[in-house]
Ligand binder design. Structure first.
Ligand SMILES: C[S@@+](CC[C@H](N)C(=O)[O-])C[C@H]1O[C@@H](n2cnc3c(N)ncnc32)[C@H](O)[C@@H]1O
Length: 304
């Protein structure tokens, strides 16, 4: 069984491979699984354990997303980092795959939930095998991550940060049609917190700069050639009749490159299976694609 570890600086958490894969292999998969992973468009389905209640957290990704990244870029026993861990989806995925994992979040309520969620996951019937890895959420601001981890110990950083100040405006429920759109969340502002260090309070350029700063601090913690995945979407800003696309994913790529990372892959998360009866926007004169139908999964690495 895994145990909740004491929060120390640095943390005492495992990071060494426990599988018998050849040293040169980037992951534990076989050639067939590798071929399947080469497709640049990914789709995920929510499972029972996924938490979709927006009253618990307004923006949670499916367990399948970090799971796929962890399978692609780590071996059993290695250490996964999620700098913006929310309610711990990455930790659950890491537990399933027998990887050590640590996540950080500004908000204590989310961190407490994440740690309880991991504890519950260990008790669930899904976790049939005994595992000797640890998954933990720590309440701290992401700039402070280097205080907790030793250099060159992290095999993968995977996260979905806030999408700049996207949630800092009334929710329009664009992926839902008709009366269903006016559910309990309609027109509510669901930001994570009003803390000025919260990336969700920052306008997009400033936000991307701060992400760059945080990831500059994380770079020395990554093993050489370790990957760093950021799931993000662009923002549609409606400040006039036509609205404007804010290419947040481009800003992030620019800042990550300044911080010393190299972009390796851009993957599209095809979310059409999660979008429910979309309404009509922009017709007949202003063509805009629906942001809710896809997101970016940006894959960088610590260049050798
Ligand atoms: C999109 S959510 C992550 C959700 C997560 N993937 C999950 O499935 O639970 C982004 C998180 O970043 C946290 N956050 C925002 N700014 C932060 C900062 N400067 N340092 C640490 N966490 C921060 C927010 O509290 C929020 O929970």
């Amino acid at each position: 069984m895994t145990e909740l570890i004491e929060i120390t600086k640095p943390l005492k958490i495992g990071h060494e491979r426990v599988c018998k894969c050849p040293q040169t292999h980037i992951n534990c998969s076989n050639a067939k699984e590798w071929i399947q992973s080469q497709v640049a468009i990914w789709e995920f389905f929510y499972e029972k354990r996924d938490i979709r209640d927006k009253n618990i957290h307004p923006a949670v990704f499916p367990i399948g997303l970090p799971k796929k990244c962890i399978q692609l870029f780590t071996h059993q026993g290695e250490l996964v980092l999620d700098p913006f861990v929310g309610i711990g989806t990455t930790l659950v995925a890491a537990f399933d795959l027998n990887r050590n994992a640590v996540g950080f979040d500004l908000k204590k309520e989310y961190v407490d939930f994440a740690n309880k969620r991991v504890a519950q996951t260990k008790l669930d019937m899904w976790s049939e095998e005994p595992k000797n890895t640890t998954q933990i959420a720590v309440c701290d601001e992401a700039h402070n991550i280097p205080e907790y981890l030793e250099p060159e110990t992290v095999a993968l950083a995977v996260t979905s940060p806030p999408y700049a100040n996207m949630l800092n405006r009334p929710r329009l429920n664009k992926s839902i049609r008709g009366d269903l759109r006016k559910n309990e969340h309609f027109l509510k502002v669901q930001q994570y917190s009003a803390d000025p260090r919260d990336l969700g309070t920052m306008e997009p350029r400033k936000y991307a700069q701060v992400i760059g700063e945080i990831y500059k601090g994380i770079l020395p913690l990554l093993k050489p050639k370790a990957h760093s995945i950021i799931n993000v979407t662009d923002i549609w800003w409606k400040d006039d009749k036509f609205g404007r696309r804010i290419p947040v994913h481009v800003y992030i790529i620019e800042e990550m490159e300044k911080a010393g990372y190299e972009l390796r892959n851009i993957i599209i998360w095809d979310r059409r299976n999660l979008v429910n009866k979309v309404g009509i926007f922009g017709w007949p004169s202003n063509y805009i694609t629906l942001g809710t139908t896809f997101e970016y999964i940006l894959d960088f690495w610590n260049p050798p």
